[in-house]
Design a protein around this ligand. Structure first.
Ligand code: PTJ
Length: 271
């Protein structure tokens, strides 16, 4: 196996890739999950590989929604388990009422057990979703298979690294959806009540820290969140960075990019 040198400029990224590749060999991550990661990396590159102020505001807002929820649930797929099991466990410790549920698109019973085992080793207990007890109506994929103690009856659900249609199906059941997705153009991000456009680990840690600081009420109404603004701010950040890169270094002073008009929805595109 190629040895990774810490002096490599993209050492951290190489480490994460290796971790995912190994998890794919063990069957925790679906082969498609590696492709999904590459897409995420590209968007993170555009964002500057850091949490933007807008993402931090979204994480703080998500913490308030989760603190006030009666039955909050965090959905975990293969990529999430491989990349962030310990961060999921830290979030569950900060919010003991949070239920953690395995939910797989490329579902097999063996993969569900493996994902649950990784979460268990990180300290998550209980882990729901290994033996689904309910099917979300109108959703043809295996993502419909959920647990009555978890997602089927949640009031707030965190869905990181999704593939599109489940956010809409959850919302149709009256469940508030918090999405974590680096792609502000994805259908999940666009249809979520509270899209967090940030990298998974940074987002989970941001929510956990905000929860640890939170001293407000743990019941009551959910404060409004402007999802369209959050999406357009992410698009603008990417646009600005790309514009700067395209002009600086070619002897031209960077001019201000043209502002995104409207509410960012003009960039809507299905993932
Ligand atoms: O484990 P399974 O069987 O449930 O399958 C999981 C995958 C990820 C394969 C499945 O959900 C899928 O195909 O997802 P998509 O449609 O590729 O969407 C994943 C989204 O997550 C894309 O918009 C990526 O940009 C984004 N993404 C990838 N890695 C990260 C990310 N967002 C935040 N943090 C990341 N590390």
């Amino acid at each position: 196996m190629t040895e990774l040198s810490p002096s490599h400029p993209r050492y951290r990224s190489l480490l994460v890739r290796r971790r995912l590749a190994e998890a794919a060999e063990r069957g925790v991550v679906a082969p498609e999950g590696l492709i999904a990661h590459g897409r995420g990396e590209a968007f993170d590159y555009f964002l500057g590989e850091r949490s933007t102020p807008s993402a931090r505001r979204a994480e703080a807002a998500a913490a308030v929604w989760l603190a006030r929820a009666h039955r909050p649930v965090l959905s975990v797929n293969g990529n999430v388990a491989a990349l962030a099991s310990t961060h999921v466990a830290a979030l569950a410790r900060a919010l003991p009422k949070l239920r953690v549920e395995v939910n797989l698109f490329h579902r097999t019973a063996a993969r569900a057990r493996q994902v649950a085992r990784l979460l268990g080793e990180a300290g998550v207990s209980p882990v729901l979703g290994v033996r689904p007890t309910f099917r979300i109506p109108g959703l043809p994929s295996n993502r419909a298979l959920v647990d009555v103690r978890g997602m089927a009856n949640a009031d707030v659900c965190v869905v990181p690294l999704e593939d599109g249609d489940r956010a809409e199906a959850l919302r149709a059941r009256g469940i508030r959806v918090i999405a974590i997705d680096l792609n502000p153009l994805s259908r999940t991000a666009q249809s979520a009540d509270l899209p967090i456009i940030d990298e998974l680990v940074r987002a989970l840690d941001g929510i956990t820290m905000a929860l640890q600081r939170y001293r407000g009420p743990t019941t009551g109404p959910f404060p409004a969140f402007d999802s369209e603004l959050a999406l357009s701010e992410a698009v603008r950040t990417m646009e600005r960075r790309l514009h700067r890169t395209a002009t600086v270094g070619r002897g031209r002073a960077p001019a201000s990019p043209r502002p995104v008009r409207g509410n960012g929805r003009r960039t809507r595109r299905a993932a």
